[in-house]
Ligand binder design. Structure first.
Ligand code: F6R
Length: 241
């Protein structure tokens, strides 16, 4: 079931997301984390809470959704770098507990299977998601089977265009493949928190919540999950009935 929370704008969405996240910021919890513009406000609030209230991540474990294939981890746009810059380096999570899938190596599919096995051993308590303008979650583009595990995937043309802004607006610099948790992996999380803001997400939000459950909109599978909270701002909610 999807519980929809409508807020005014990005700042309010980030405040609300922090409120939903807060009960999970306790020892022993496993967080599923995302990259992109959407979670930045939430991560800033988590950092502030760590600094001001001493909330500790020493006994919290995390699994990120995805990573570009072939991008060195020290590249500023690798998701490894993104997570360190925006969250991990500013809180006290242990490096060995903060998992980001690897996009480097000879056997990406084999590594992806090991990533799923690690998640199965430490089930995610709350998975944070953004949504792509084409309805993707993580890098599960339209057409991805709902039962997929972590895998290597080609990025859709629209996603490459959307992400161009992070690569000097030069489409030739955007990686074309990624390693991503599958939809089946994401659906195993006990709770899911998806944040969508901005008018370019409005159609995807409508398809996710009001459309049929269909691989054409990967996020529509969330209708079948027991415990999903979707936080939408006015612009992203503008097409909802
Ligand atoms: C990021 C991820 C992607 C993004 C989505 C939205 O780890 O898995 O699915 O959540 O592309 O990106 P933003 O937040 O930049 O609009």
């Amino acid at each position: 079931m999807i519980k929809v929370i409508k807020v005014k704008d990005y700042e309010e969405a980030s405040d609300k997301a922090f409120e939903v996240m807060k009960p999970f910021l306790v020892p022993g919890k496993v967080l599923g984390l995302a990259t992109g513009s959407t979670p930045l406000g939430l991560y800033a609030r988590m950092v502030k809470d760590h600094e001001e209230n001493g909330t500790s991540y020493k006994d919290i474990c995390s699994f990120n959704l995805d990573e570009y294939a072939g991008l060195p981890i020290e590249h500023p746009e690798s998701y490894y770098s993104f997570m360190h810059r925006n969250l991990f380096d500013k809180i006290d999570i242990r490096e060995e507990n903060a998992h980001v899938p690897s996009g480097l190596g000879e056997d990406l599919e084999g590594q992806a299977k090991k990533y799923d096995a690690m998640i199965d051993a430490c089930p995610v308590d709350i998975q944070l998601l953004g949504i792509g303008s084409d309805g993707h979650i993580a890098f599960n583009e339209p057409g991805t089977p709902f039962d997929s595990g972590t895998h290597v995937t080609d990025l859709a043309e629209s996603t490459i265009k959307d992400n161009c802004r992070f690569f000097d607006n030069d489409i030739s610099k955007v990686p074309t493949q990624a390693v991503t948790q599958g939809i089946g992996t994401i659906m195993k999380a006990k709770n899911i928190l998806l944040i969508a803001t901005g008018a370019n997400k409005a159609q995807a939000v409508k398809d996710m919540i009001e459309g049929p459950v269909d691989v054409a909109c990967p996020a529509s599978i969330l209708q079948k999950h027991e415990n999903v909270t979707v936080i939408v701002d006015e612009a992203a909610a503008s097409l909802l009935k």
